[in-house]
Design a protein. Structure first.
Length: 371
């Protein structure tokens, strides 16, 4: 299916009035539909800080999700995660028709999938209040979505169908806290179960934070499933041992976007210093699919760092099929289009060709198979 073209900044900007309207209906408040009143703004920033601290500590319980916390998540984290979803789902080679978002909360990644052309989307979560609010917001945006209550460890999976895309967004630490006995084994087993629910050409998208603990978790999951023969769609190009895990360096995605004023203000009020969309992520292929077939794959590299400035120019660190690499560019080189996540072909020590911008799919020449 042909993919829908999306501009992330414009989509987030257009969503803000709808979020403010949903916020007011949810908390039964009155006020303008384009901005928060002073008291609402201060309370929202305080609750955004509480959410950030809970994410950092990986500490959640059912009592944490009060209506005020849910409302703050709606205004700030929902549009941020929605933007991340638009970028990451955009890396798939085609639009997924049937999508499942697990532990979805308000289902921002589901809305991203719908915006990009998905036809049938399901979201499951244990919090019925969040499901209802997410369904209202997405319905008012003009999209159909099926929401189901599901509590991991208590309920059976509520949907028996196969999916073209399953999304696990920021949920592994909540579903499998370190205090849970055998949490690592149970986490990997659950991901394996999700992989088994994919169509033969389906994908599993895992998204998490960029702190050292969360990022290392994603890299270890990558190592586990590569060893089991599961192919990766993105961001990795090769099957070799992860250089970032070996060097204990973070490896995450960074997507530049024009930040809406509303998001800037909440970040200012909550003390959040984030100029781009940042997330650790992994897109795994169905167990029935092989590694992407890429022409001249040995010369391709993913840019995995921002530019490192020096008196002679800029250095970028790279990761490719055979491991690490680097690119040194003189001050005279035009590097405006070279960002973390870019896919490039090296044409010498200091020359490259842009192959795919961040958030765009690999230039595949054919489909591999493990069947």
């Amino acid at each position: 299916m042909k993919k829908t073209k999306i501009k992330i900044s414009a989509e987030i900007e257009a969503l803000i009035p709808e979020l403010i309207g949903a916020f007011r209906r949810f908390l039964k408040l009155s006020g303008p539909d384009h901005e928060l009143q002073t008291r609402e703004f201060r309370t929202t920033c305080e609750n955004v800080q509480k959410i950030e601290k809970a994410f950092e500590a990986a500490s959640f319980d059912e009592e944490f999700y009060s209506r005020e916390i849910i409302a703050a998540y709606l205004l700030y984290h929902f549009p941020i995660h929605f933007g991340q979803g638009l970028s990451l789902i955009g890396e798939l080679p085609c639009t997924p028709k049937k999508v499942l978002e697990v532990a979805s909360g308000l289902a921002p990644f589901s809305l991203a999938a719908l915006k990009l052309g998905a036809q049938e989307v399901f979201a499951i979560d244990q919090n019925e209040v969040m499901l209802k609010l997410g369904a209202e917001l997405i319905g008012r945006a003009g999209y159909p979505i099926t929401m189901r209550k599901w509590s991991h460890g208590k309920d059976l999976f509520p949907i028996s169908e196969s999916f073209d895309l399953i999304i696990l967004p920021y949920c592994l630490n909540e579903l499998f806290p370190e205090t849970l006995k055998n949490s690592e084994e149970k986490k990997l087993s659950f991901i394996q179960e999700c992989l088994a629910r994919l169509t033969p050409t389906g994908f599993l998208l895992l998204v998490d934070r960029t702190d050292q603990r969360s990022n290392t978790q994603v890299l270890k999951i990558r190592e586990h499933f590569v060893a089991k023969g599961i192919a990766i769609q993105a961001p990795c190009l090769g099957k070799s041992f992860c250089p970032a895990l070996d060097s204990k360096s973070p490896c995450f995605a960074q997507r530049e976007y024009e930040k809406p004023y509303f998001i800037k203000e909440i970040q200012r009020g909550a003390g959040i210093f984030l100029n781009s969309l940042k997330m650790s992520y992994l897109i795994l292929r169905s167990p029935q699919a092989g590694w992407p077939q890429i022409q001249d794959g040995s010369s391709l590299f993913r840019v995995v760092s921002p530019p490192i400035e020096s008196y002679v120019g800029k250095r970028y660190y790279l990761c490719g099929v055979n491991g690490k690499g680097k690119l040194d560019l003189s001050l005279a080189e035009k590097t405006y289009d070279l960002q973390r996540g870019s896919l490039i072909a090296l044409e010498g020590k200091s020359k490259y060709k842009m192959v795919a911008a961040p958030g765009k799919p690999l230039p595949e020449t054919g489909e591999g198979t493990n069947v």
